[in-house]
Design a protein around this ligand. Structure first.
Ligand code: 6PG
Length: 208
């Protein structure tokens, strides 16, 4: 496991921003959640140019809902204006399967160069949650999934798309993520393990 450990989320965020800029990636998948917010604020200060930005997953909520990943990214990474190429999930369709299909139809750029991922305490990543059928979807770019634990529909890119990217960067901050990281290192069969096993992955982890 390629692991970089930082004392704080601030340090992690600045280091990840530098790594993303230096990667030269032109097709970048963006995770949702809370961990990447500071990274997105930093990166948004001078947005890398000529990039196709792709949302990794979305809670099936309206764009103006506080839970919306797309809205969070537009308030942080894209706060100085939306880029020319930004592929997100259109939850205004009010049908998660249609939203996933519409997203797939717009995917005309092949594999990602880089995909940013979060990691839940249960080992989920994107909206690939343990014991959900989406974990076994191999013939789709994106899929809808109902997550019983959250009582929520979601749409997400699939495991093959994550594994097909040239590089994965997993962002995990704070002591609550330490157990799942140790479990992954020990080979626990979590979705994040399946997403990263045997493919180039950098873990950016902070203690605080
Ligand atoms: C989401 C994310 C999800 C997230 C993890 C970690 O929509 O919530 O895609 O996979 O990355 O749950 O979330 P935190 O960064 O908030 O800990």
């Amino acid at each position: 496991m390629n692991l970089r450990i930082f004392e704080s989320l601030e340090d992690l965020s600045h280091a990840a921003a530098r790594a993303i800029r230096q990667s030269g990636a032109k097709k970048i998948g963006l995770t949702g959640g809370s961990t990447p917010k500071r990274l997105y604020q930093i990166l948004g200060e001078s947005l890398p140019e000529d990039v196709t930005w792709v949302l990794v997953d979305e809670r099936y909520v309206p764009h103006d809902d506080p839970q919306s990943n797309a809205a969070m990214i537009e308030r942080t990474l894209f706060r100085n204006g939306l880029p020319a190429r930004w592929l997100k999930f259109d939850t205004s369709l009010n049908d998660s399967a249609s939203t996933a299909r519409r997203f797939e139809e717009a995917w005309d750029f092949g594999d990602l160069d880089l995909v940013l991922l979060g990691c839940g305490e249960d080992g989920h990543t994107a909206s690939l949650f343990p014991e959900t059928p989406v974990l076994d979807v191999v013939d789709r770019i994106a899929s809808e999934v109902y997550v019983p634990r959250l009582e929520q529909w979601r749409v997400t890119i699939t495991m093959p798309v994550i594994r097909a990217a040239t590089l994965r960067m997993v962002l995990a901050s704070g002591p609550s993520k330490a157990p799942v990281i140790e479990a992954v290192r020990a080979g626990a069969d979590y979705p994040i393990t399946r997403a990263t096993m045997g493919v180039e992955t950098w873990w950016y982890v902070s203690r605080g």
